[in-house]
Design a protein around this ligand. Sequence first.
Ligand SMILES: Nc1ncnc2c1ncn2[C@@H]1O[C@H](COP(=O)(O)OP(=O)(O)O)[C@@H](O)[C@H]1O
Ligand SMILES: [Mg+2]
Length: 266
Amino acid sequence: MSGGRVPDRKASTVPDSACVEFENVSYGKDGTPIIDRISFQFRERRVGIVGLNGSGKTTLARLVCGLIKPTGGRVVINGSNVTEDRRSALELVGMVFQNPDHQIIFPTVQEEIAFGLTQKGLRQSEANGRALEILDEFGRADWAERAIQTLSQGQRHLVCIMAVMAMRPSLLVLDEPFSGPDMPTVRQLHRQLDRLEVSQLLITHDLQYLEAFERVIWIDRGHIRKDGPAGSVLDEFSAEIDRLSDLDAFTDLTNQDTLSPHSTGD
Ligand SMILES: Nc1ncnc2c1ncn2[C@@H]1O[C@H](COP(=O)(O)OP(=O)(O)O)[C@@H](O)[C@H]1O
Ligand SMILES: [Mg+2]
């Protein structure tokens, strides 16, 4: 994409899947490594990230989005270094946050969706039109004038997804996206995501949603513990969860120096 304009393209015909490359990427804070020399490359449409709390998943998501700068290595998406080229990062990557109320700032649905588009250079009238288009694509044309306040939390999550999709990203990054809504609503939201023809990187503890993914990466204390087809990675990760939950010591599992055979030396 160029010129800050959104190409006239239907959401159902999103281009080739994004190519995401981590080249020996590290991120540390105050001398403590949080992500430690990670390398991978993916082109799969749906990639899951799993790991215990504190293992570095959110940090990895922020690196993908170019929100933080690696202390070593490079993050490259579709050939662009997202740290150095912020404009490309904004064009390429859309992020869905955990709490929709942290993302939504406008009183009505259409205004919310149009806002990001005006930030990308569309005139207000074009942005309003594009917002209506995306609402229509999601079968929610009647939501345009709705006050966000009148929407349920699940519906507000959907507004966030529509607002991000209106920007035509190559990659959607979702970091434990739906913690608030009830389970049927969460399932509906995942079904909506499933239908989107955009590359997705999903961090979640709900392993059931990753079962159909092409690939899952297990992050353990800043390293890749396992990376491969969903079935085998999820099996091993689940076995590790079982093993840890069977332990008697109610240790802080996020800092399990003695619990895992995979010592990182940090
Ligand atoms: N800005 C920061 N400053 C210091 N420590 C951080 C910062 N961000 C993350 N961490 C630490 O890095 C580790 C990984 O955090 P995070 O990426 O949020 O893990 P996860 O999302 O897997 O729970 C945690 O121990 C966390 O406390
Ligand atoms: Mg996290």
